[in-house]
Design a protein around this ligand. Structure first.
Ligand code: ADP
Ligand code: MG
Length: 238
């Protein structure tokens, strides 16, 4: 379902090459974290996968089909942004149902899918509230709920917790990891936070200046960093 393959994917803005040709495979069901310093190309790479940014050259395959030129809406991916972008005048139920209503699902189907998503996200008790009556973490969950109902092949997160305070961030980390276990859907998660990467990832992709420095499990990177940059970034002595 959610296997994503990048083949010689390259991106330049004008004359500036921000991502030299890069190969990467994300397996179905994997929780993959892109980590690296600010400006290293994490968001650009994620936006390329989402189709929000064209590649300058190379190919992207999603679920076995060439997606290189597919528009975002046809890629069966859900992008979760750091801003919640909920409709303030709509209830939680209507916010989550919104993409289903747009896609023409019947009222009964909408209700069924919304209730299933709310149950997974522990939002059942809040379905009739409006976003203004929710905490930051709950609003984030509603935003995720709106993605879940579309049953995407993969979720893409771009620093989704960076607007939250430290205590809430730790809780949301656990919630997203928990959600990954329950849904078993591919997740690609961008962060500049090493701790987030180490605690959430099945596989970490360490980026520097648009290049992949190393790919591996948190343990592999910790035990055998390939170079000083990875060692410094992941925090093990070398
Ligand atoms: P990160 O998410 O890791 O902080 P970005 O992917 O946002 O990094 O940016 C990578 C590089 O590409 C940066 O040097 C940034 O300035 C540049 N960049 C990103 N988007 C654009 C754009 N639309 N036009 C020109 N340069 C861009
Ligand atoms: Mg970014």
């Amino acid at each position: 379902m959610g296997r994503i393959t990048l083949e010689k994917v390259r991106k330049a803005f004008g004359d500036v090459e921000v991502i030299p040709p890069l190969d990467l495979t994300i397996e179905d069901g994997e929780f993959v974290v892109f980590v690296g310093p600010s400006g290293c190309g994490k968001s650009t790479l994620l936006r390329i996968i989402a189709g929000l940014e064209d590649v300058s050259s190379g190919h992207i395959e999603i679920d076995g089909t060439d997606a290189t030129t597919l528009p975002p809406a046809k890629r069966s991916l859900a992008m979760v942004f750091q801003s919640y972008a909920l409709y303030p005048h709509m209830t939680v139920r209507k916010n989550i149902a919104f993409p289903l209503r747009m896609a023409g699902f019947s009222k009964a189907e909408q209700d069924k899918k919304v209730e299933a998503a709310a149950s997974v996200l522990n939002l059942t008790a809040y379905l009739d509230r409006r976003p203004g009556q929710l905490s930051g973490g709950q609003r984030q969950r509603v935003a995720i709920g709106r993605s879940i109902v579309r049953e995407p092949a993969a979720f893409l997160f771009d620093e989704p917790l960076s607007n939250l305070d430290a205590a809430l961030r730790v809780g949301m980390r656990l919630e997203i990891s928990e959600l990954h276990k329950r849904l078993a859907t591919t997740m690609v998660y961008v962060t500049h936070d090493q701790v987030e990467a180490m605690t959430m990832a099945d596989k970490i992709v360490v980026l520097q200046a648009g290049r992949i420095e190393q790919v591996g499990s948190p343990l592999e990177l910790y035990k055998a960093p390939r170079n000083k940059f990875v060692a410094g970034f992941i925090g093990s002595p070398r």
